[in-house]
Write a protein that binds this ligand. Structure first.
Ligand SMILES: [Ca+2]
Ligand SMILES: [Ca+2]
Length: 356
């Protein structure tokens, strides 16, 4: 009997070891740990004043770009100790230069740590509201600002809620309502890591309005960028660890109905949508291992992916820009405007490129 027990224990240990080994291989595959990208450059210039990352960028129809800078995020490199800032850039200016926006109102600027951003324009009076994911002391909350007088943001409101626990990005759908992605299943590190290790898709997209807060979609490994189609009918979510962009249809009462997923073969971060064509532009990480390890000798690369005709039977996915990290590291967003492209990064610089 004792011998039998020993055999069973040995078999159990071997099975567990095989399972753990299998999960490690799977994690390596998820993070694209051995992937290298060839260099495919565009004609680009670095933006002045942006040296602490430009994790998210969004561009208004009149060519004004908002830039979120200075992100500090657990496990990711940062070149800067200073708090984060929001910049604005006028793409219609002959020599566009980012200018820091002044923030007025009741917000602690010493702990400002901006991450994903989104703009809502009130069509009735053309008021522009900037929504910013903020991580003071690594917590998650959403700030709503009113953009006034070309250079000022007036802070209107801070939104915090238990469902908004690990917010990465948001898309505003009203002056006080939005969808938000959580990039972690829980703020508790050990549980979140265990979930990823076991391969569970536990992350959620949350809908927020002053009247209602609820989970709008779930089953993401790590939901990151989120944005909306020009006709406001569809919501796009980047499941960064799944290497897919998920498409949802907005239905009555802000219900999200899953439509399909488009494979992109990379770890895509934020999503911007060309307001004219509906093309979907993605700032992506070719290799997550290099991004998290950050070795200046072997820097994390950058990759911009374009999806055309996303709602058709056969969306066209193409690599529009790639770099091995020697020009720009850790691209997290690619925002198009009238033949130009702004590329932002998690902790490095930002560039303005010609698309034609
Ligand atoms: Ca965004
Ligand atoms: Ca992001």
């Amino acid at each position: 009997m004792a011998a039998m027990k020993k055999v069973l224990v040995a078999a159990a240990v071997a099975a567990l070891a095989a399972f753990i080994g299998h999960r490690f291989l799977k994690l390596k595959a998820l993070s694209l740990a051995s992937r290298e990208v060839p260099v495919k450059h565009l004609n680009c210039q670095y933006l002045k004043n942006i040296d602490c990352g430009a994790e998210d960028i969004t561009i208004l129809r009149d060519g004004l770009a908002f830039i979120s800078t200075g992100l500090k995020y657990p496990g990711l490199h940062s070149f800067c100790d200073a708090p984060g800032k929001i910049y604005i850039l006028d793409l219609l200016h002959p020599r566009p230069t980012p200018v820091e926006l002044q923030i007025k109102g009741d917000l602690d600027l010493s702990t400002f740590n901006p991450h994903g951003i989104s703009v809502y324009t009130d069509e009735t009076d053309d008021s522009v509201y900037l929504f910013v994911v903020n991580h003071p002391h690594y917590k998650s909350q959403v700030e709503i600002f009113h953009f006034v007088q070309d250079d000022t943001l007036v802070h209107l409101k801070t939104i915090a809620h238990p469902l908004l626990h690990s917010v990465n990005d948001i898309v505003a759908v009203g002056a006080e309502s939005f969808y938000a992605t959580n990039d972690r299943s829980t703020p508790i590190d050990a549980i979140n890591s265990l979930g990823i290790f076991l391969g569970f898709a536990w992350c959620e997209v949350v809908y927020y309005s002053p009247a209602e807060v609820r989970v709008a979609a779930d089953g993401f490994m790590s939901s990151n960028g989120i944005n909306i189609s020009p006709d406001k009918r569809y919501i796009y979510v980047a499941d960064i660890l799944d290497h897919e962009i998920d498409v949802f249809e907005r239905q009555e009462g802000e219900r999200l109905v899953y439509v399909k997923s488009v494979a992109v073969g990379s770890l895509c971060d934020n999503i911007e949508v060309d307001q004219r064509t509906g093309d979907v532009w993605l700032g992506c990480h070719p290799n997550a291992m290099k991004l998290f390890k950050y070795n200046p000798e072997d820097p994390p690369g950058s990759e911009v992916i374009l999806i055309k005709n996303i709602h058709s039977e056969q969306p066209v996915v193409s690599q529009e820009y790639t770099d091995n990290g020697h020009e720009i590291m850790g691209s997290s967003v690619a925002a198009p405007y009238e033949g130009k492209l702004l590329i932002g990064t998690v902790f490095h610089r930002a560039m303005r490129c010609d698309l034609r």
